[in-house]
Design a protein around this ligand. Structure first.
Ligand code: ZN
Length: 105
C-alpha cells in the first residue's frame, strides 16, 4: 500500500467526493486523524493551491463561510480558512463551522 501523507488523505477525500461539503471536525472524524483542527486548516490552505494548480483551474476548493448562529452575521472576508471565536456584531460565540468542498468551475 502506498504511503499517503495526511495532506494527501484530506485532498483525496475532497477530490473523491466533489461537491460534498465537509467541516474540519468531519474531516478529522471521517479519516480518523489524530490532529488538531487548526492543523487541518493549514493543510486546506495548501490543498487549495495544489488542486487549482494540478487541475489548471478547473477544480477549486471553496469554503462555505462560518456564520453567527445568533444574529446571522456571515464571515465573508476571512483571509484564511478558520473558525472565528466571536461574532464582531453581537459578540456571540455560537458560530457555525466553515465547510469545504472541491467543485468544478
Ligand atoms: Zn452575531
Amino acid at each position: 500500500m502506498e504511503y499517503e501523507t495526511i495532506r494527501e488523505k484530506i485532498m483525496n477525500l475532497l477530490l473523491e467526493n466533489k461537491g460534498r461539503f465537509y467541516s474540519v471536525e468531519e474531516i478529522i472524524r471521517v479519516l480518523g486523524l489524530e490532529i488538531m483542527p487548526r492543523e487541518v486548516y493549514v493543510h486546506l490552505e495548501h490543498i487549495a493551491k495544489t488542486i487549482r494548480r494540478r487541475s489548471a483551474g478547473r477544480l477549486v476548493l471553496v469554503m462555505k463561510p462560518p456564520m453567527c448562529l445568533k444574529c446571522g452575521y456571515v464571515f465573508k472576508d476571512l483571509k484564511k480558512p478558520r473558525k472565528p471565536s466571536r461574532c464582531p456584531r453581537c459578540h456571540s460565540q455560537w458560530i457555525s463551522d466553515p465547510e469545504f468542498a472541491v467543485i468544478e468551475k
